[in-house]
Write a protein that binds this ligand. Sequence first.
Ligand SMILES: [Zn+2]
Ligand SMILES: [Zn+2]
Length: 100
Amino acid sequence: MRCPACEAQGFGYEGMHKHLATEHPDLVEISSAGRSSYSVKCPLCDDVYRQAIKRGHPDASFIQEFEDEIRLVGTDILVQHLIGEHPNEVGYDGGGDVRE
Ligand SMILES: [Zn+2]
Ligand SMILES: [Zn+2]
């Protein structure tokens, strides 16, 4: 697969996921102001997924603590979106086991 946000390519599913999470963390935006939420922006079609963050303890340290985890979940949504909506653009062949 090819990265939709830069020139990198040759990824399997996990590789794509890891690349997006580490190289393009800004694609998952975490908002802790007011009601906490995160949004995932597709770099190809500008679709935005917005999701509230459910949490038991409404304090800022919670967000800090779970930000990495939320980012991974958001990145997973993005990879699924890319495979589902933009298989040609990201070079997903649509068959077989895409995991590394
Ligand atoms: Zn990239
Ligand atoms: Zn898209």
